[in-house]
Write a protein that binds this ligand. Structure first.
Ligand code: ACM
Ligand code: ZN
Length: 519
């Protein structure tokens, strides 16, 4: 009896005791609305236009959950049932994974009979990519989306504005691209580590056509693209282009230093909100997702600037606020009002969570010390869970080994009650030290495989040993595809270190490359 290697592990899997064989000429009869899902089987099976043909049926049935599918391989045919396109697509992904693993004989794939009934534990299964610290071309972004579908991840959180670069074309404010998308070093610098500027002009952003192309590519894969414009902090690139939006109007430059800056938009200036209204209106129109990330993290350094700004202090007094944190909450609520006009619900990082924050704003947990606040907040707002110690995949494998990712348990973190609105999990690819596709793949894979199973498969069905066995097939697959997954899974060393920068001097990266070259 063969057990197919499927990640994320299906929540119900029953072996049969027979076989069924298919060839690339075997016809698939597919419900009209699922045609695009069946397309991923092209090359393995043939989609039929004839309603009477097809020993493989992909059917629309009522009564299944939004992302649920049933896959039955019997000795006289294959059936996939789903009530939505996403369910049908995930059924096809599972079938394709099985077809790739099936024994081949005389041009036929011999399949074991089975029944799979599967749906995700979490409706939000996300991956964030920071395209600001380093920029990734359209092909690389698409390759991430392909792998996301393979693992049934469904939210692509796209970090598009930062101190180190503004990465989305604005036709309303072209200066954001002329100045804000450009810095004077490809790599980020760090004095303590001796990383100096390489002097290269680094000028990149996604055009609106590229944004549309990626959004459409993601949609075909049932992946919702959630853009992030981070405010009021992390805004040096915006202020470099539009210094009039800062508290002091001082000229600033897009930074090439890694780390948190004190850049902050002035909260006491109505021009700030006029600007955000126009910019967000433009950006909202490019993304069909009803959700929009507004950042809100690490604004604390900018509080010192707000403290010295007459306009911000006047606003604080007028509103009867006690401190700059409260002023930030008010700021986020203003941005929320803007987004509501454009039909969007905001998400913000945990730093600005507070009872006075509009309860429609979803919260995203990242800091260990915010867990207790977020647990309380989860009773009044949706929460996305992405704790630094488990799901920050720019961190070394020695800090966040594969097994640790797999062992994450949201119940243990305290999300035990159904009334807590922890809607899902997200893994993060910050890219201060990830300078290209090679390094991105090394950082992401195979940890994203472990993450996907944690996000999809119910806790009672998870087992690391069993996962690790199945992962073997995915490694072979990545090898064949030339995906540079890490051969190091636990690493060594104690500190968070910089792995890839300026020629990839990290020990783990080097060791991984040696192992790769030995294969
Ligand atoms: C974050 O890592 N600053 C959200
Ligand atoms: Zn101000």
């Amino acid at each position: 009896m063969v057990t197919y290697n499927i990640i994320p592990k299906p929540n119900y899997y029953l072996h049969g005791n027979s076989k069924y064989s298919v060839s690339s000429n075997t016809k698939v009869l597919c419900h009209e609305s699922f045609k695009a899902a069946a397309d991923i089987l092209t090359g393995y099976l043939k989609t039929s236009q004839n309603a009477n043909e097809g020993s493989i049926k992909i059917a629309l049935v009522d009564g299944l959950l939004p992302e649920e599918y049933e896959l039955k391989i019997t000795n006289n045919g294959i059936i996939i049932n789903a009530s939505t396109f996403a369910g049908a697509l995930y059924g096809c992904v599972t079938l394709k994974t099985i077809l790739m693993q099936a024994t081949k004989q005389d041009g036929k794939a011999i399949l074991e009979t089975l029944v799979i009934k599967d749906s995700p534990e979490n409706s939000y299964r996300g991956l964030m990519l920071d395209c600001c610290r380093h920029f990734f071309d359209v092909e690389t972004v698409k390759s991430v989306l392909d792998y996301m579908l393979f693992l049934k991840l469904n939210k692509f959180h796209w970090h598009l504005s930062e101190d180190q670069g503004f990465r989305i074309e604005s036709k309303v404010f072209p200066i954001l691209n002329e100045i804000g998308s450009k810095r004077n070093s490809r790599h980020l610098t760090n004095k303590a580590l001796g990383f100096e500027s390489d002097g290269e002009t680094y000028h990149c952003y996604y055009t609106q056509d590229e944004i549309k192309e990626i959004v459409a590519y993601a949609a075909e894969r049932c992946i919702e693209v959630i853009p992030e414009i981070d405010v009021p902090g992390h805004t040096m690139s915006i202020l470099a282009a539009m210094p009039e939006l800062s508290c002091d109007g001082r000229k600033r430059e897009v930074i090439d230093v890694a780390g948190v800056s004190d850049a902050i938009l002035c909260a006491g200036n109505e021009e700030t909100f006029d600007f955000l209204d126009k910019l967000l209106r433009e950006i909202c129109s490019l993304f069909p997702s009803p959700v929009f990330h507004i950042g809100g993290d690490e604004a604390f350094k900018g509080y010192k600037i707000w403290e010295k700004c007459d306009k911000c202090q006047k606003k604080k007094t007028e509103l009867g606020l006690n401190d700059e944190k409260e002023l930030q909450v008010w700021f986020m609520n203003r941005v929320c009002e803007i987004l509501k006009k454009y039909g969007k619900t905001p998400v913000a990082w945990d730093d600005c969570m507070s009872d006075s924050l509009d309860s429609s704003i979803k919260g995203q947990l990242w800091r260990q010390n915010a867990v207790s606040v977020i647990k309380k907040q989860s009773l009044k707002r949706d929460i996305i869970v992405s704790p630094t110690m488990y799901f920050y995949f720019d961190w070394k494998y020695s800090i966040t080994p594969l097994k640790k990712v797999y062992k994450f348990n949201k119940y243990k973190l305290g999300f035990t009650k159904p009334e807590q609105r922890a809607i899902g999990l997200e893994c993060e690819l910050w890219t201060e030290w990830i300078d290209g596709r090679d390094a991105l793949e090394f950082s992401a894979y195979p940890r994203v495989n472990a993450f996907a199973e944690v996000a999809w498969t119910e806790f009672k069905n998870r087992n690391y040993k069993d996962f690790y066995k199945r992962l073997g097939w995915y490694k072979t697959y990545m090898n064949k595809k030339g995906i540079n997954y890490s051969r190091v899974e636990s690493g060594f060393g104690l500190s968070r270190a910089f792995i890839y920068h300026l020629g990839s001097e990290g020990k783990e990266y080097k060791k991984s490359m040696e192992l790769k070259n030995k294969e």
